[in-house]
Write a protein that binds this ligand. Structure first.
Ligand code: NAP
Ligand code: G4F
Length: 322
């Protein structure tokens, strides 16, 4: 039986990846950081099948201890301070976790378990002010936030450990991916949750920032398959994972309100508080390499994704008001 270590197990992707690896017969070890209140909501349904171990990307000793104890065959580094807006207010913490945290983990793997295969959660935010459209593995990086800058560091240190030490270390350059388990602060979930609250008469407006921003939004359940496929290849490499379609925040609103028969323009208000000091205007990925080499393709369309999220939030809000 293979063992996989997932950092960021309590996050959106951690929960989907854990489900997927369990379905493939892996022993799944999930690293979680200490908090005063347990936050296992996303993994509650599989908690008994997981090994949960405390650890923190800020603390290398804890990483070494987890690796020594469980000797994983595959390590998926999903942990990060992952919210772009927060990275402007907490740039140093973001750098410590999202940038240097990758080096701490890579170096711990190199020391304790050098043959383990490593996955780094890179991001389309690295393309930032895009140099070409669509973006692919060879597109130059121009990050537009402390988060994006930290992820560029994480990306290149992964490439560096691959080239310096021959580690099987791959980097998935994933475009935005969403689900009913997405954090409420990200725009898709913020919209679908507010649509559900408005439809239930619990709210009357939705305040958003830049409605013109365009993103390539896919379903998280599809994207974790690509992570696993990367680690099954004979050689490590970098892969863009994306749908190849882009939609604006405005279109997202239009579609989400339409699912419950409402006109978005009656409820959405633009609020300067949600604008960013520097914006990423347009992201759309070219996943040709992932399609050809990994045989990966997305299974959920934008409309299906939005409907799935609105319907899940309608159920959630209905349960909350009962
Ligand atoms: P998420 O829901 O925000 O989850 C982040 C995870 O990291 C949580 O489990 C969090 O733990 C953990 N974490 C934060 N700081 C940590 C620390 N110092 N030590 C250990 N764990 C820590 O993010 P996600 O959407 O699942 O994304 C997973 C990864 O992919 C992230 O690295 C993200 O930057 C990257 N990514 C995401 C997307 C996307 O569209 N979702 C696209 C490209 C790349 P707590 O629960 O305790 O906060
Ligand atoms: O949903 P978002 O916060 O996601 P963002 O910034 O694209 O980052 C997400 O995707 C990245 C992959 O490209 C990940 F690496 C990262 O970890 C994260 O998962 O914002 C999407 C867009 C932005 O242009 C933002 O300015 O929506 C715009 N937006 C407009 N109003 C808003 C809002 N975003 C948020 N969060 N809240 C708003 O009210």
């Amino acid at each position: 039986m293979k063992t996989a270590l997932i950092t960021g197990i309590t996050g959106q992707d951690g929960s989907y990846l854990a489900e997927y690896l369990l379905s493939l017969g892996y022993r799944v070890v999930g690293m979680h950081r200490r908090s005063s209140t347990l936050n296992f909501e996303r993994i509650a349904h599989i908690q008994d099948d997981l090994v949960l171990e405390p650890g923190d990307l800020l603390d290398e000793a804890s990483l070494i201890a987890v690796l020594r104890r469980y000797e994983p065959d595959e390590v998926y580094n999903l942990a990060a301070q992952s919210f772009v807006q927060t990275s402007f207010g907490q740039p140093v913490l973001t750098g410590e976790t999202t940038a240097l945290g990758v080096t701490r983990l890579l170096d711990a793997v190199r020391t304790v378990r050098p043959d383990a295969r490593f996955y780094q959660a890179s991001t389309s935010e690295m393309f930032g002010k895009v140099a070409e459209t669509p973006q692919r593995e060879t597109t130059p990086f121009h990050p537009r936030s402390p988060y994006g800058v930290a992820k560029v560091y994480g990306h290149w240190i992964t490439v560096n450990y691959r080239e310096s030490y021959g580690m099987h270390a791959s980097s998935g350059i994933l475009f935005n991916h969403e689900s009913p388990r997405r954090g409420l602060e990200f725009v898709t979930r913020k919209v679908t949750f507010h649509v559900a609250r408005i439809a239930h008469g619990l709210a009357h407006e939705l305040r958003l920032g830049n409605l013109d921003a365009q993103r390539d939004w896919g379903f998280a359940g599809d994207y974790v398959r690509a992570m696993w496929l990367m680690l099954q290849q004979p050689a490590a490499d970098d892969y863009v994972v994306a749908t190849g379609e882009t939609h604006s925040v405005r279109e997202l609103c239009e579609r989400a309100f339409a699912v419950v028969g409402l006109d978005w323009e009656r409820y959405v208000r633009v609020d300067e508080r949600f604008m960013r000091p520097a914006e990423v205007d347009l992201l759309v990925g070219d996943a040709t390499r992932a399609r050809r080499r990994l045989g990966w393709s997305p299974s959920v369309t934008f409309d299906e994704l939005v409907s799935m999220m609105v319907e899940a939030d309608m159920d959630l809000v209905a349960r909350q008001v009962k």
